[in-house]
Design a protein around this ligand. Structure first.
Ligand code: SPV
Ligand code: MG
Length: 434
């Protein structure tokens, strides 16, 4: 058809429902429909990453009969694509008049004015919402296969992935569910850290690998049974190289997304101890073999191997850390955790700055336990893609429990403790039966 008008529709199309089809059908009545499909990065800028990645969503949308062409929309904002296409019409459901897209809408109207384009806003199809469908899909999402891959996808599409220590199912549920709303955006944790320190402490054991991997994987499975977010496993130094394939198999089967392995040998001591006398680092080439072993034995290429460098912990300094980062990255590490027990991020930032220049650069991981004043925005600036809050939930729970126990002892009754603890009703409601 000659001189057909162009119509632009911005879509995420993660879970397609008849509301979307209705919009596209109406759009088609105005001309050729060009869909600006939001990239994973664009979606992650205001909510969780989509369940399906860009490529998969594109295939689906391209094959809808009302759609002529699909192009990527790299931001929530439409302006860049509108200036490119100069469409005669933009079609969007009228639900964006309020909420997170309100400003986007205003900018669309302003931009369209430049070439007398029009905004068409069909009534939003009520009673269908992607969110309610998403709830139903949670079972599929938390399947091990899907969960394993999500961390890598998040690290590709988010500024920074934020995870918090989980030492049992209840802490896992907190991480899964808790969020705050800030500037109309939902802020939440992206996943869980299975910490050797807090797993051991929960069982009354020191953090020296006396708690076996099989015991840790068993409690990890309890967490995975009731949660949906990705989990990163702290594997100390990985143990014997010959045993690694079995650990990786258990982790992948349970749905863990990554293993972090530190380059130390000998009896394990927690890295935050001041006195590191006797702590030895592995020979870099020997440690690299462990990384290669994991890469070879994983079934899913999205299962990440993260190499943790302990040079700063044992007092060896920047050059040693950088030399190791090169070797580990070449061996196949998907990311590098540069650890530190300083009160400021100075040494990890000096590492990040230098490693950024390397052709073997891989994303960086930070565990800001001692340098806890650091803000996520500064970590982002230096190339960190994953921040692990490694022990805070256990550290919060322990004094709260101690104080309650003391209060009961002191008062010879429980009444005084009541004001600092949640009502029983809340605990009952916390765990849903359905
Ligand atoms: C852990 O949480 O067990 C860690 C981080 O490995 S650290 O305690 O800093 O060693
Ligand atoms: Mg540990």
């Amino acid at each position: 058809m000659k001189n057909k008008k162009n119509v632009y529709v911005g879509l995420s199309a993660d879970i397609l429902h008849e509301g979307h089809i209705n919009i596209l059908k109406i759009a088609k009545q105005y001309g050729n429909v060009i869909v600006g499909l939001l990239t994973d990065e664009a979606i992650a800028s205001y909510k969780n990453i989509p369940y399906l990645d860009f490529k998969k969503r594109k295939v689906v949308v391209e094959n809808i009969k009302y759609v002529s062409r699909v192009i990527p929309q790299k931001t929530l904002d439409y302006v860049e694509n509108l200036n490119l296409i100069k469409p005669d019409y933009v079609v969007h459901g009228d639900d964006w008049k309020t909420g997170v897209q309100k400003q986007t809408r205003i900018r669309v109207i302003k931009t369209l004015k430049k070439w007398s384009g029009k905004l068409i806003e069909p009534k939003y199809t009520k009673n269908i919402s992607s969110s309610s469908i998403k709830k139903e899909m949670e079972n599929i999402i938390s399947s091990p296969e899907n969960r394993v891959s999500r961390l890598k996808r998040m690290m590709r599409s988010k500024n920074i992935v934020r995870i918090l220590e989980s030492h049992n199912s209840l802490t896992g549920l907190i991480i899964d569910k808790i969020n705050i709303i800030e500037n109309k955006k939902t802020i939440e944790f992206d996943g869980m850290w299975s910490s050797s320190l807090t797993d051991s402490a929960t069982k009354g054991l020191p953090d020296n690998s006396s708690l076996s991997f099989s015991a840790r994987v068993a409690s990890l499975n309890d967490i995975m049974n009731v949660t949906s977010k990705p989990l990163v496993f702290d594997a100390d130094n990985g143990g014997q190289i010959e045993h690694l394939p079995f650990l990786v198999r258990s982790l992948e089967r349970s749905g863990a997304s990554a293993i972090i392995m530190e380059d130390k040998v000998g009896l394990k001591k927690n890295s935050l101890f001041k006195d590191q006398k006797g702590t030895k680092q592995d020979k870099p080439q020997v440690f690299a073999k462990k990384i290669k072993k994991i890469c070879k034995s994983r079934k899913n290429n999205d299962f990440m191997v993260i190499a943790r460098i302990e040079s700063f912990i044992v007092g060896k300094g920047l050059n040693d850390a950088l030399k190791r980062a090169e070797i580990y990255s070449k061996a196949g590490a998907d990311a590098i955790l540069i650890h530190s027990k300083e009160n400021t991020p100075t040494e990890v930032f000096s590492f990040a700055k230098a490693f950024k220049e390397s052709k073997n650069f891989v994303p960086l991981v930070s565990v800001p336990s001692t340098y806890s004043k650091v803000y996520e925005k500064d970590l982002i600036k230096y190339g960190f893609k994953l921040v692990i809050y490694a022990n805070q939930l256990l550290r919060a729970a322990y004094p709260a429990m101690q104080n309650t126990a003391k209060t009961i002892l002191k008062n010879k009754r429980a009444f005084e403790a009541d004001k600092n603890i949640i009502p029983i009703k809340e605990i009952i409601n916390l765990i849903k039966n359905d």
